[in-house]
Ligand binder design. Structure first.
Ligand SMILES: *Cc1c(COP(=O)(O)O)cnc(C)c1O
Length: 232
């Protein structure tokens, strides 16, 4: 198959893959949102994808994201923060991103809560869990997830919306299906234990978005297949 060339063709192809995965698993496509991961890509590439109809974008690096967002402010795009977040950067993202996917410690949650409270906001967040057990990876351990979710739920200036998973890289898209299923069970379990709806499950990237959607993802984070390989 030929590589799609234009941003519009790339976007259509990714959306088609999501639709087909929904059809295979009996899911309502309106419950799955595409987060276009624009890290390392120029504002002009974001604008081109926005022109093709994409409205939701994800960024990973605070210093890169803020000027890019500023330069695109006229387009009224929606932004999620998906990258590892240092505690001393928490103040820069609070209130600027519709959803922060990467809350992995109570200390970080507290920094976000403090800033959000000072701004008079309620910041939506996900707790990021490290189910692959890679020690250098961001995300709290499975055992720490419920206590973290409980702590976040108790912080009045944060709104806990669900769970985020960034599994170990594996070129086989089926390799992480079990972890995707485990993350969905974890989302349901935390929701039941806390007695609150946790509607969002962020997982799946360019090469394994089908498996993630089939296992319950509501937010898929796709970079390469929308923008091409990353500028470094
Ligand atoms: C870069 C990134 C992605 C996108 O990965 P692709 O393989 O390019 O689709 C998704 N999630 C996170 C957390 C990322 O940092």
């Amino acid at each position: 198959m030929q590589e799609p060339q234009t941003p519009g063709e790339r976007l259509a192809r990714v959306n088609e893959r999501i639709l087909r995965a929904c059809a295979r698993s009996g899911r309502d496509p309106s419950t799955v949102s595409l987060v276009a991961v624009s890290k390392t890509h120029e504002a002009s590439a974001v604008a081109a994808l926005a022109q093709a109809g994409q409205g939701l974008f994800g960024e990973s690096y605070v210093q890169e994201a803020l000027p890019k967002m500023e330069s695109l402010a006229g387009l009224n795009l929606r932004w999620h923060f998906i990258g590892r977040l240092q505690k001393n950067k928490a103040k820069y993202v609070t209130g600027r991103f519709e959803l922060i996917h990467s809350v992995d410690s109570i200390e970080l949650a507290h920094m976000l809560h403090k800033k959000s409270g000072a701004l008079g906001l309620i910041q939506p967040v996900l707790v990021q869990v490290n189910l692959g057990g890679e020690s250098q990876k961001a995300g709290c351990s499975l055992d720490d997830t419920l206590p973290l979710a409980e702590a976040v739920a108790a912080m009045g200036a944060l709104a806990l919306r669900g769970v985020m998973l960034l599994p170990p890289w594996d070129e086989n898209p089926e390799a992480n299906r079990g972890l995707f299923a485990q993350a969905e069970r974890l989302r349901q379990d935390i929701s039941a234990r806390l007695g609150m709806a946790l509607p969002e499950l962020s997982m799946g990237m360019s090469h394994d978005l089908e498996q993630a959607v089939e296992e319950g993802a509501t937010l898929v984070r796709v970079g390469t297949d929308l923008f091409g390989s990353r500028n470094t």
